[in-house]
Design a protein around this ligand. Structure first.
Ligand SMILES: C[S@@+](CC[C@H](N)C(=O)[O-])C[C@H]1O[C@@H](n2cnc3c(N)ncnc32)[C@H](O)[C@@H]1O
Length: 246
């Protein structure tokens, strides 16, 4: 009996790894953690492809009800599916620690994540500084600004993750995030990169001044924003591809 923590990738039902799918097939119960990120397909698409019924697990069920799920995994094989990677920009390390403390066998299956999908933009991953998040209630929030200033001083790129509330179909979008950054004193002339629905063939990447991203529109939901620091000439050449033709 075991707990399987399975990353299911960024886009649709087919992003699961072979190992992940094998464990889902072995599982007696399959939960989908559905608040830290979202796929671009329906639960029914997942159920059909995985051949299993899926139980939706919201924040309350994972954060407050995890002991029940851990108890179940003493008697049965339980799979918890996480969009993207299990441990990237989630707090699921807490589940692993609690499971290990209770002597439960845990298997983690990693998958691609927003952290590697932004590689498409063309910035070098080792030139990113600290990552930060912009929450919905950003009015009095200063942390993303401090993180950006610290990174920028060191020449590092900053990735801003943007808040989401899939249960209520609410997503913080790039234009609003750009307006928040400008209102908090970040230079509107800075070249910035808006990324929507990365990891899918419908991904959208736009390179423009921050003030122009504040007025931009994206067709897809699930956004993040990057402000590059000092760029190598290859990075400059790579991001040029995403500038809108005027
Ligand atoms: C809390 S993080 C969870 C990351 C996830 N565990 C992973 O490995 O990708 C979710 C945030 O990352 C960003 N994000 C995740 N997937 C994305 C995608 N495909 N395209 C653009 N942004 C994405 C969004 O800002 C979203 O609100």
């Amino acid at each position: 009996m075991a707990l399987y923590m399975i990353g299911i990738g960024l886009n649709d039902e087919k992003d699961i790894s072979v190992k992940g799918l094998e464990l889902i097939k072995k599982a007696d119960k399959v939960y989908l953690e559905n608040y830290t990120s979202v796929l671009d397909c329906s639960i029914q698409d997942l159920e059909k492809f995985y051949g299993k019924e899926i139980i939706l697990a919201d924040r309350n069920m994972i954060e407050n009800g995890i002991s029940d799920i851990l108890e179940e995994s003493k008697e049965q094989n339980i799979a918890v599916l996480i969009v993207g990677d299990v441990l990237v920009a989630t707090t699921h390390i807490g589940i692993l620690l609690e499971a290990e403390e209770k002597g439960i066998d845990v298997e983690v299956i990693h998958n691609s994540s927003i952290f590697n999908a932004i590689g498409d933009v063309g910035l070098f991953s080792y030139e990113f500084g600290k990552i930060t998040s912009i929450p919905f209630g950003y009015q009095n929030v200063e942390v993303p600004i401090r993180v950006f200033n610290d990174n920028y001083k060191l020449g590092y790129h900053t990735l801003f993750l943007l808040d989401l509330d899939p249960k209520n179909d609410k997503y913080l979008e790039i234009p609003e995030a750009a307006r928040y950054l400008i209102d908090k004193g970040i230079d509107p002339e800075l070249i910035s990169i808006g990324c929507a629905r990365m990891g899918s063939k419908n991904k959208e990447i736009k390179v423009a001044k921050l003030k122009d991203l504040a007025k931009s529109t994206f067709k897809q939901k699930l956004h993040c924003l990057i402000i590059p620091g000092k760029m190598h000439f290859i990075e400059e050449e790579a991001i040029e591809r995403w500038k809108e033709q005027k």
